[in-house]
Design a protein around this ligand. Structure first.
Ligand SMILES: [Zn+2]
Ligand SMILES: [Zn+2]
Length: 166
């Protein structure tokens, strides 16, 4: 069992790199939208806010939120709604990075920022984390996408690690 100091360190650095095992293909496009919406709202989000924000009926929303909670991405907060678990936060960081890398890529091939974001929103859930990491590396780990800052996961971490002398 890790001591408290070590656990605190893990807590501080909890991000996409802390979960090396996910492929990025775990969630359907709909579930991707739920997690992104909850991250954008921040903190504990009410079920009613989610169902009106995503224009999904309340019973479907509750069912999907239960599935996401059972899979470990969300916590139910009694009487208040849901919030992201540490896994949920790390996973959603990846979802945002994937969206931003892919939309930036499309703007290099003739699409406007808005067109790129719309287009990517329709297929991003089917692009693996491995592919995103490779595209990110080949683009030189850009810091800004067309719709916000780009964080880097193991793509940059592993490259830096390999480059550093022992
Ligand atoms: Zn976008
Ligand atoms: Zn990167």
């Amino acid at each position: 069992m890790a001591n408290n100091k070590y656990r605190f360190f893990i807590f501080l650095y909890m991000n996409e790199q802390s979960y090396p095992e996910f492929t990025g293909l775990e969630l359907s496009p709909r579930k991707v939208d739920y997690l992104k919406f909850i991250l954008e709202k921040g903190g504990t989000v009410r079920t009613t806010e989610i169902s009106s924000g995503l224009q999904v009926d309340p019973s479907t929303t509750s069912k999907t939120l239960n599935e996401l909670a059972n899979a470990g991405y969300l916590n139910h907060v009694p009487y208040r709604g849901v919030d992201l678990t540490e896994l949920g936060k790390a996973y959603t960081q990846f979802l945002i990075r994937r969206h931003r890398i892919l939309s930036l890529l499309l703007t290099h091939y003739g699409l406007s920022s808005e067109e790129a974001c719309d287009e990517v929103s329709r297929f991003e859930a089917f692009v693996s984390r491995d592919a995103v990491d490779k595209i990110c590396s080949s683009m030189g780990h850009p810091m800004f996408g067309v719709c916000g800052e780009i964080s880097h996961g193991k793509c940059l971490h592993e490259e830096t690690h390999h480059r550093l002398p022992e």
